[in-house]
Design a binder for this molecule. Structure first.
Ligand SMILES: Nc1ncnc2c1ncn2[C@@H]1O[C@H](COP(=O)(O)OP(=O)(O)O)[C@@H](O)[C@H]1O
Ligand SMILES: [Mg+2]
Length: 363
């Protein structure tokens, strides 16, 4: 097992595009760390730098206590699992799993034991003689996992390993990988663009945009206490609602001028220096309800565009005339579907504030 330490890491490709900028990240020994962010933000590049598949143009990479910038990939004691499985099509499942061990000159009997033990963990025993094309997507991904864990490396790197699977299988494999981590207790770095995967799998998650980590914390802290507007909008589904407003005389005039949001006592201090300035108000869909649920509920009448029931809850798409606002509620009846206007309640105690210029949280 090993911890990973990235210090002022930078990567600029030949075309002078700086993809990773001054990135500092400490991954604790045995941790399941998820690196999450939109497509193109530099997640795979970061992972490939750790693996040694790309060369850093600035900074240092430590695996354990060893600086590995100049260590070739095969000597870094890591295993990587890719989105496209990257199995050898002409080899059986057994040979795919044994391949890395053969390369490293393990003894034949040892290879047999390691492959069989791994096959048991991943329930692949009955598939060992098959070729990849005789397997389903989920089975192939399990073989790719098997090939990664069979060597017992000190670090696992996963690059969107579940993206090619259908929704149901993805949820199932998510649990399997978490179980695997619980069993193996090996340091795992898991890259995904899917915030649900990040939230459900990570011990901690690093939220990345344009080669920069905006926040590194536990899923619940990232959700409840986002560092800025980007993180607040990226984590959570449906996304947080944002409204522009100006603070005037102790309340927030929402730009459309249709209503003023009150500022509760405990937030007044926070917003003192933002007086007469433009700010962004953020409220999560679940903090908007159809009935007055608390002292801090604030009534707003909005146009109702559409209602999407999903079974035990519904998403209600509302409109201020300028901004779409989503309400998520499990307390609804079918009469809401027929309404053009709705009275909803913002829980102003749960509202977050952001600087309109730089998106930083005002807190
Ligand atoms: N070999 C390369 N040469 C030039 N640009 C690259 C190369 N690899 C990746 N990039 C660019 O770096 C950025 C980050 O890519 P990547 O790390 O793959 O993002 P992600 O995995 O978050 O989707 C993208 O803009 C991509 O086009
Ligand atoms: Mg990628």
């Amino acid at each position: 097992m090993a911890h990973i330490d990235l210090k002022k890491l930078g990567k600029t490709f030949d075309n002078d595009v700086e993809v990773i900028k001054d990135l500092d990240l400490k991954i604790v020994n045995g941790e399941f760390l998820v690196l999450v962010g939109p497509s193109g933000c530099g997640k795979s590049t970061t992972l490939r730098l750790i693996a040694g598949l790309e060369e850093a143009t600035a900074g240092e990479i430590y695996i354990g206590d060893k600086m590995v910038n100049n260590t070739p990939p095969k000597d870094r004691d890591i295993s990587m699992v890719f989105q496209n499985y990257a199995l050898y099509p002409h080899m059986t499942v057994y040979d795919n799993m044994a391949f890395g061990l053969k390369l490293r000159k393990y003894h034949k009997s040892e290879i047999k034991k390691l492959v069989e033990d791994t096959a048991e963990i991943l329930e692949l025993e009955k598939l060992l003689k098959r070729k990849p094309k005789q397997l389903s997507g989920g089975q192939r991904q399990r073989v790719a996992l098997g090939r990664a864990i069979v060597r017992k490396p000190s670090v696992f790197l996963f690059d969107e390993p579940l993206s090619n699977l259908d929704a149901k299988l993805r949820v199932q494999m998510r649990t399997e990988i978490k179980k695997l981590h619980k069993t193996l207790k090996t340091t795992m770095v898991y890259v995904t663009h899917d915030q649900t995967e990040a939230m459900t799998m990570g011990d901690r998650i690093a939220v990345m945009k344009d080669g920069v980590i905006h926040q590194l914390d536990t899923p619940i802290n990232v959700y409840n206490d986002p560092a800025d507007k980007f993180v607040a909008g990226f984590i959570g589904s449906p996304a947080m609602n944002f409204l522009e407003g100006v603070i005037v005389d102790g309340h927030i005039v929402i730009e459309e001028g249709k209503y003023n949001l009150p500022i509760i006592e405990k937030h007044k201090e926070l917003l003192k220096s933002s007086h007469n300035q433009k700010i962004i108000v953020g409220i999560r869909p679940e903090d908007i309800s159809l009935s007055k649920e608390s002292e801090s509920s604030f009534e707003v009448n909005l146009q109702c565009d559409i209602v999407e029931p999903t079974g035990h809850e519904a998403l209600i798409y509302l409109n201020t005339g300028k901004t779409e606002i989503i309400c998520k509620t499990d307390k609804y009846d079918h009469s809401v579907m027929k309404k053009d206007d709705l009275t909803v309640y913002f829980d102003v105690n749960k509202v977050l504030y952001f600087d309109a210029e730089n998106g930083k949280r005002i807190k």
